[in-house]
Design a protein around this ligand. Sequence first.
Ligand code: SAM
Ligand code: SF4
Length: 463
Amino acid sequence: MYREDFINDDEIFQLLENGKKSDEAEIKEIIAKSLSKTRLEPEETAKLLQVEDEKLLEDIFEAARKIKQDIYGDRIVFFAPLYIGNKCINNCLYCGFRRSNNSIVRKTLTKEELKEQVRILENKGHKRLILVYGEHPDYDAEFIADTMNTVYSTKENKGEIRRVNINAAPLDIEGYKILKKAGIGTFQIFQETYHHKTYEKLHPPTDLKGDYTWRLYGLDRAMEAGIDDVGIGALFGLYNWKFEVMGLLKHTIHLEEKFGVGPHTISFPRIEPAIDTKFYNQTKYRVSDKDFKKIVAILRLSVPYTGMILTARETSQVRREIIPLGISQIDAGSNIGIGGYTLEDHMPEKEQFQLGDNRSLDEVINEMNDCGFLTSFCTACYRSKRTGKDFMCVAKLGNIQNYCEANGILTFKEYLLDYASTTTKNSGEKLIQRELEKIGEKSLKKKNDIEEKLELIEKGIRD
Ligand code: SAM
Ligand code: SF4
């Protein structure tokens, strides 16, 4: 028997079944609704998920690209993951950190080691981090807050981390309050799978993580504790991908209805191989690149205003194809070994899984320049407390563009001057010129304002 929650497996199956019956006209109507930037209803998303016709799929992709452009423009926000500790008391079947995996060397960064990792990341130009922890009594809220304080207070040359997000086990309300006080950005919890029976199979019921409902409502507790920005996600490859997309939408609607604002971000990691972990080769639910493209585009149409994160789990080739379909945040130059940024090497015995994109931050940014995407290190919304509902109001009025366009360019200019290689600097300067021309076509005053600030940055003034 499952306790009542807002994910009803039978209802989702029924919606997906009904979705098979829709015709071309209905699909086009749903696409038109998303283009008006209205969140879709589960019945509508279910219909999009059943589209097989190549021409209609192309219409969905085209709409996803347009929504991304309209809401986020060319900007892509960059961040880096920083693994703090890999001790874990759970036994999630797919994860390299599970407690029964003896091939993993267990390690928690000391304060000094953490400072060293932060300095290295700051020297590459990073301004945002997501700290990642296994689930262990050592990693309680006080410990997490302590690591956050260390990150915020470690400053190197011109570098500083301005937003710290957290991916850790769900906490109780008191725990979240401690993180709120320490200045958390987003608290992220992936439900892994929304399908109850699969969840039970992959997470032993005697483990702390075995409690589906405690995890499902983990972000409700975060919001009740006053954390404005929360991130949801599903690990694709554990169960049927269409079911998981429906779960993510249901979760979004639940948060919207209860708190007046949905999640700040959605993540859709695909399962990766991990050391001494058979799951990757055994699961029959691995998602193909073709279906992954559908997942991203349909999510973009379903929740137009929610940030979407694509991580370096994916290869550079996949990232190139997927980013235009709706991605607003990516990581780059990532190393997920504990202490991995020091050695600049990959240490499978300390890593949770294997990354697909191992290029440096500078290389990825150079490619973004060539593809016409503007790298942003901006954290202004967080710094001026435009989070949660306030952020969504700005976003829905179409004003993220106004706030973020200029800030994106200015933070990118700082990156080019302080951290970029010559190649990236050259391609980046050209991109800034192209962006300024676009802005000038809409407002000459805005272009002039930005140019004035760019000159100050050239002279050495920093935000
Ligand atoms: N330990 C905490 C938990 O499980 O909630 C938080 C951190 S856990 C290290 C972060 C996420 O990594 C998990 O939520 C899961 O989705 C993802 N993950 C685990 N094993 C993975 C694998 N083999 N491939 C890709 N992602 C994986
Ligand atoms: Fe531990 Fe999280 Fe990995 Fe599960 S996913 S084994 S809880 S680190």
